[in-house]
Structures are given as C-alpha cells and as structure tokens.
Design a protein around this ligand. Structure first.
Ligand code: NAP
Length: 246
C-alpha cells in the first residue's frame, strides 16, 4: 500500500512513534526513524524493520531546534529525493500546577510538542509543494481538546497542534497536500507508565471503553491517514481515546 513512499516519523525510538514506524514499514514505506536521546532504541526499531525485509534508517535530531531539523530534512531530500509522509509524533510532558510551573518547563514542552511540528512542516513543505503531494499527520492529544489539571503547558501545546493542523490544511490543500491530526487518549507507553495507580483508575473510570489504548490503536489510525484510503480527508482531528472526549 505504501510501497516506496518516504516517511519521516519524529520520536520513533519508543512508544507510539515506534509502533507507527513499524506499521508504515510493514506497508512498504521507507521509514526515517527520528530520535533524540534513545539511540539504541532507535537502532532496535530499524533492526526490527530490516529483519522483516522492510526499509528504514535512524536519524538523530532535536526537533525543537530549527537548524537541526532543517539539516535532517535536507539530508533526507539529498539521499532520497522526496518526503511523502511526515508524522509529527515527538512529544514530552513536564507536569505541574500553574502556580508551581516553571517558565522553562512551559517553554520546553511548547518547543518540542508544538514548535517541533512547525519546524518539520516548514522545512518539508517546499518539497511537498513541488511534489504536489504529501500526507502530514500531527499527534495531538485528548488533553489538547479537554484540558487537564496539572498539564497547562502540554494542553496548550497539543491545542496548538490542532490549530497548526487546520491552518496548514487550508494553506496546502490546493496543492494536493493533506494535513490531519490524531488525538490519542490515555495510551500505554513510557509517558503514562509514571502515572500513580489512583490517577490511572480515575482516568479509566472516565473512558467509556474503560481501559487505556495501545500504541497499535494509534498507529492503525496514522496508517489510514498516510494511505490512499483517506485521500478526501484533510484538516480533521481523529480521536483515538476510547470515547473519552465525546
Ligand atoms: P514516549 O513513549 O515518551 O516517547 C516519546 C518520543 O518522543 C521518544 O521517541 C523520544 O525520543 C521523542 N522525543 C522527545 N523529545 C524529542 C526531541 N526533542 N526531538 C526528537 N524526538 C523527541 O511518548 P508516547 O506516549 O509514545 O507519545 C508519543 C506522542 O503521542 C507524543 O506527542 C505524546 O504527546 C502523544 N500522546 C501520548 C499519549 C499517551 O497516553 N501515551 C496520549 C496522547 C498523546 P528519544 O527517547 O530518542 O529522545
């Protein structure tokens, strides 16, 4: 389905991004597995893909840094000539109540979660415009839609991702480029592993399907948005949250 498509997945060394990379590769895409701190884990993702006769390479880049992101994308274009699928998945949390939130923690979350997506899209868009095609998928969050106590920085970044998605979908739609967001609810990864049991139980009680989702649940939706079956969909936010945000 995605044979010979060139796909960049940011933050693909672990969690949801890892699963997205594996799924895209399984469908035939050549996947650039971006990572920042987890080099060994990124290499393990690439080895997994190659073992199954897929194609992938790992590339280190801090997406919060515009110059580094430009260098990564220039390198991809130099080597492979195009970018068909861009998945903006890299993200972090730095939780705290507003009274105690440090400005640097607010900034860091915005820099990675929101500006990281701005940087990749900005540096890929010239090539996608030339190609007159491209699928951009941004990972937002249920928290960007509903808000969450203790996560004002994260919620602002993920709400920002939705605004970014809709604006760029309007800008680039006439050139055959689709831009959509996926808003996961609570998904079992390193990010949610740190939640105290009481918070987990409370969250589960608020999810109509009564359990956390898996990285695969999110990756399947990204796969749909990356492929031809979603060709008439743009500017949308697809909720993968067990019904939490309805
Ligand atoms: P995770 O397991 O903590 O993984 C985060 C990934 O982001 C890692 O691969 C990490 O790479 C990468 N990353 C962090 N900072 C980066 C940077 N500056 N540059 C490049 N990559 C960077 O998180 P996850 O749960 O899979 O979350 C993935 C995405 O889904 C995030 O955007 C998150 O906000 C969103 N999301 C998650 C949930 C959930 O419940 N898990 C719910 C809604 C939305 P390194 O380790 O290599 O640094």
């Amino acid at each position: 389905m995605l044979k010979d498509k060139i796909a960049l997945v940011t933050g693909a060394s672990r969690g949801i991004g890892r699963e997205i990379a594996l799924q895209l590769a399984k469908e035939g895409a050549f996947v650039i597995v971006n990572y920042f701190g987890s080099e060994e884990k990124a290499k393990e993702v690439v080895n997994n893909i190659v073992k199954d006769e897929g194609k992938a390479i790992a590339m280190k880049c801090n997406v919060a840094d515009s110059n580094e992101t430009k260098s990564m994308i220039d390198e991809i274009l130099k080597r492979y000539g195009r970018i068909d699928i861009l998945v903006n998945n890299a993200g972090i949390t730095k939780d705290s109540l507003i009274m105690k939130m440090k400005e640097e923690d607010f900034n860091q979350v915005l820099d990675i979660n929101l500006k990281g997506s701005f940087h990749t899209i900005r540096h890929c868009s010239r090539q996608m415009l030339k190609q007159k095609s491209g699928k951009i998928i941004n990972i937002s969050s249920v928290v960007g839609v509903m808000g969450n106590s203790g996560q004002c920085n994260y919620a602002a970044s993920k709400a920002g991702v939705i605004g970014l998605t809709k604006s760029i979908a309007r800008e680039l739609g006439s050139r055959g480029i689709q831009v959509n967001a996926v808003a996961p609810g609570f998904i079992d990864t390193d990010m949610t592993e740190v939640l105290p049991e009481s918070v987990r139980e409370l969250a589960e009680s608020q999810i109509p399907l009564k359990h956390f989702g898996t990285a695969k649940d999110v990756a399947e939706t990204v796969l749909f948005l990356a492929g031809d079956k979603s060709n008439y969909i743009t500017g949308q936010v697809i909720h993968v949250d067990g019904g939490m945000s309805m």
